[in-house]
Every structure is written in C-alpha cells, then in structure tokens.
Design a binder for this molecule. Sequence first.
Ligand code: GLU
Length: 445
Amino acid sequence: MTVTTRFAPSPTGNLHVGNIRTALHNWLLARKHGGRFLLRIDDTDRERSREECVEAIRADLAWLGLVPDGEERQSARFDLYEREFARLAAAGRVYRCYESAQELDLKRKVLLGRGLPPIYDRAALRLSAADHAAKAAAGEMPHWRFLLDHDRPIAWTDGIRGPQHFDPRQMSDPVVRRADGSWLYMLPSAIDDVAMGVTDVLRGEDHVSNTAAQLQMFAALGAAAPDFAHEALLVGAEGKLSKRLGSLGMAELRAAGIEPEALLALLARLGTSDPVDPALNAGALAASFELAHFGRAPARFDEAELHRVNAAIVHRLPFDRVVKLLPTGMSEAAWDAIRPNLAHIGEAAEWWQVVTGPVAPPVFDDETRGYLELAADTLAVLQWEADAWHALTGRLKQASGRKGKALFLPLRQALTGRDHGPDMAALLPLIGRDAAIERLRVAAG
Ligand code: GLU
C-alpha cells in the first residue's frame, strides 16, 4: 500500500509555525516512504472559509517546497458525505437530537455538580417516531450524533504516544452534523481518509480524543483505520503555549529574512531527539525522519534559534539559489566571499555596496596615514596575483614592522570603511586593484 499522508488545514486564517510543522512532518513521512502527500482543504464551514486563505496556504506550501501530490476540497465532496451519512443513518449509527446549547450546558453542569463526567445522556435515543414527527411538525430541525459502540473498547498503538486506550462509555456521542445540515469536522475527515486511501494520520495531540471517536467511525464505515500518531504541541521558548506562536505566519518570517530551508531544517527536528542539522537538504531530512524519535514533552520553538539556523543555512546557499535575490552585478565570487558574514540574504546588498564603493573610512592618526600611504605604494608596484591580500600584508609587515591588528585593521578600515567583515583576501580582488589603491590614498589623506 502506498503510504499516503495528508495535511488538512481549515482555510479560516493563515498558516502558523505549528501548522507548518504538521504539514512538513506529513510531507517528510510520505517522502521517506516514496508515498503521497495530499493537501486537503477542510472548508466545510462556508461562512468562515475564505478563498484568499486557500491561496495563501498553497503559496506558503510552495514557498517551503512542500508540493502536494494532490489537492482536495471538502466543499466539493458533500455528495459523498451525504451518501455515507445515509448509510450510517440506515445502520442506526447516527441519530437525531434536539437539545439546545443551553440545555446541554445545563445537563453538563448537573453531572459535574454530582461529581460525574459530563457525558451526553443519550436522551434523544429514547424519542419515538411520534416524538420526531411532532418536532418536525413544529419546525424543529435535528442535529445528529454518532452512536459510539459502548461494547467496543477503543485502542490503538500511536506512532508517537504508544498504546492508547479509551472507554467509549466515558465519551459523549460526538455531534457530526448541525441542525442546518452543515458538517462538523470529524465525520467528513474520516470519510475522506478512507476515500483518499490515507494510510497515516499525523497531527497534534489536541486531536487524540477525536481519534478515539474516529476509530469507531472508520469501523462503522466498514473501513480499516489509518495509523495514527499525535505530536506534542509546540510551545514558545519560554515553555508556554504562546499567542505569538499561534499567529507567527510565513509572511512575517519571510519578511524577517528567514529562508525556507532554515524553517524546514528546524521544524523537521522540533519535538524529536534528533539535532538540527543545517547541512541536511529536504531529501536527507525525509530519509532520517522517524516517528519513534519524537518525545512526549512539548516541543519548544525558539525564534532566536530559527535565526541562528537561518544564518548557518545562508552560509551554505549556492549562488544559483540566491542570484535573483542579490544586487545586480554581484558575482558568484562576491557571494562566496560575503555569505559567511550574513545572517540574512538581504544583508548581501550592504556588503556589495562596500565592494563597489564609495566607502567612508575613519580619520586616522598621522602615523597610520603614513602606513596607508606605504600600503598604496606597495599595492601599486605589487604584481596583482591570485592572493594579493597576503602578498600585500606580507610586504607591509616587513616594511613597517607592524603586526596583528596594527597591520590589518587600518587596511580593512581604509578599504571597506568598517572594522569587521568578510575575509579581506576574498574582498580585495572584488574591490579591484585601482579602486583599492584609490581608497588607501584617500584614507591616507
Ligand atoms: N481541519 C482539521 C484541523 O485543522 C484537520 C485535523 C486532521 O488533521 O485531521 O484541525
């Protein structure tokens, strides 16, 4: 059987880091097994679903390179849900209820007051045909619950959490359809997982109790259930579920100069015992992806760590990957010289400006000005060879008696206008001989 996973966002807002982690893990799991990764847009809620969110979801996945092998939309599948629902109704596995939200709330409070679990009492199951007819005549529309099989204990081996057990008697029959005919998430999702041949459902642990109910839905639909794995939720660096995390979207990360490779490298490993390794590309991340390496503790997402991983990634990005993002004219040699100094690709422009000039050197004391004059003269007669910087500084060392910082720093300041930066041996050939001599003479006054 082809391993098939799915990412099933509701298009009611933008994807945040937590959703993206779920999407990525499903993609990695599918890729690891040469399987299929589906995007399923959970847009049964017509009021809240927005087309621009669907487009943003697609764009975010594309930006990350998580290309789905297929896309489905629940709003296009209502006929199928209707048919399956009719089967369940005929088999008595869904039933009509009329309690209002207030009534249900009251029932729950009474049970809790008696120290009992607030489980739906199945009062609606005792309604007669005449009761239903009377409700219909009065214009009362029912909502529908799925009838859990109390004699069938629920158990599965979770890919991350290990053996799981639920007693259906301790669960409320879940509402699957509202009085207006609209669908709640649980049943269409199970129907789709069957219809789309989903073999592995990997999602957040906030869905564990849904899984318990859905396992009985799969059985009622006459289908084998997929394998389930539930990941610990993502928390902020301070260890709490943070508001920021729930809203931190791809657009913001992109604007902050985060590259997709950095997000992939970090999120692929978040929640696992595997170290983050910027050297791994998507294929390698997939090959080493193991559900067994996930822990039960909340996974900490630290934005500072993301920026560190981003810098490490930028230092490795080849020229052809970044060329479109660089200032025009910036060469491969310039990229190679400059990238070790970048936290974000956007900063390349500043260093390219240092290469092309003009630069503003500091004001030097008289002695240093003499030294820079000597440097200009030396460079003027120096054979412009492959390693001009070492040739230049080697001669200056001998001629001036300077060494270390006194030897190097004034040259760097005169040539770049800065105290720090890329390796001068790589930078000097980019600046070029004539411009370098000119800058040294200007600084020498
Ligand atoms: N639309 C559901 C959600 O976003 C999908 C959950 C699932 O993966 O089954 O929570």
